[in-house]
Design a protein around this ligand. Structure first.
Ligand code: SME
Length: 151
């Protein structure tokens, strides 16, 4: 499915008044993982209150041991500090990387802003090298803008 086809489906899930927020986010993770062939793990991490750490939220894909990530650690922890998208074409080239699964070759993390504050992120792993382009960045920015409306 194309990003343009997925966008209204994302909005439908997030505006469904019958589901709670975490269920909506989980459905979005599954929608993306199931319909974009190079999205092998899709999840949200959120800032843990006032602590400088991220907590794993809803996700689709293999369970990960990395349910808590300190700010600054790994790709996710770096995005918590930088407030910028982070696209990693080849995770093997990254010193500050947390491996969740040996099959993962590339990763993209896009921060989630609510009222201008970085409250979390969407994280996608791919088992294909160099999987992500600026089209993924723009699509995931759209997803996060829609998700931010729930906060
Ligand atoms: N690879 C991430 C950790 C999260 S897993 O991909 C689910 C990182 O380096 O922060």
């Amino acid at each position: 499915m194309t990003f343009e086809e997925l966008k209204p489906k994302v909005t439908d899930i997030l505006t469904n008044t019958d589901t709670l927020r975490d269920e909506k986010l989980k459905q979005v993770c599954h929608l993306l993982k199931d319909n974009i062939d190079y999205y092998d793990w899709v999840g949200f991490y959120f800032k843990n209150g006032d602590k400088e750490e991220l907590i794993l939220g809803p996700f689709a894909g293999e369970p990960t041991d990395h349910t808590v990530i300190p700010f600054g650690k790994g790709i996710c922890g770096q995005v918590a500090v930088s407030n910028k998208n982070f696209v990693v074409p080849d995770v093997a080239t990254q010193d500050n990387y947390i491996s969740c699964n040996i099959n993962v070759k590339s990763e993209i993390v896009v921060p989630l802003f609510v009222d201008g504050e970085n409250v979390g992120q969407i994280d996608i792993d791919s088992n294909i090298k160099d999987a992500f382009s600026d089209l993924d960045e723009h699509f995931l920015e759209f997803v996060n803008t829609e998700v931010a409306k729930l906060f």
